[in-house]
Design a binder for this molecule. Structure first.
Ligand code: NI
Length: 144
């Protein structure tokens, strides 16, 4: 654990009021904790966009399994990129729709490319990639 710094911030009262209301709704009881999470979120989002950065994340896909050859195509793509897919979960949502959640890991460029390939496949109704990096507390890029 690194040492704590205390900072004072000048902020418009109205803006602060809205911020407090917003974090209160979300369940924060502590403004400092909400602020730290905001800072981490910003750093992580920036970090995960650096090419070559190691990222981990989840890719959620919803698709209609009646779409001709779609399940085969998605499986084929996943096998082709097996090194980036750690695990996958398949849920038969209803008579038509499947939900797939893939845990992905690798260099940011490869992970984004794979996600875009899968999401843009015809018949995939919705897809969303969420990436993070576990080493945001350190000020540098790890190579391991
Ligand atoms: Ni299914």
């Amino acid at each position: 654990m690194s040492e704590l710094s205390r900072i004072g911030i000048a902020i418009d009262s109205d803006l602060l009021e809205r911020f407090d209301a917003s974090i209160g709704e979300q369940g924060y009881t502590n403004r400092s904790e909400a602020f730290r999470d905001l800072v981490r979120d910003r750093l992580i989002r920036q970090r995960t966009q650096v090419p070559g950065q190691d990222v981990v994340g989840t890719l959620t896909l919803v698709y209609d399994h009646h779409q001709r050859l779609l399940p085969e195509k998605l499986t084929e793509l996943q096998h082709h990129h097996h090194e980036a897919i750690v695990s996958s979960l398949h849920v038969h949502l209803d008579r038509d729709n499947c939900l797939e959640v893939l845990v992905v890991r690798g260099k940011s460029t490869d992970v984004y490319r794979l996600a875009n390939l899968l999401i843009s496949t015809k018949g995939v109704k919705h897809g969303q990639l969420v990436v993070t990096t576990p080493d945001v507390e350190h000020g540098h890029t790890h190579s391991h």
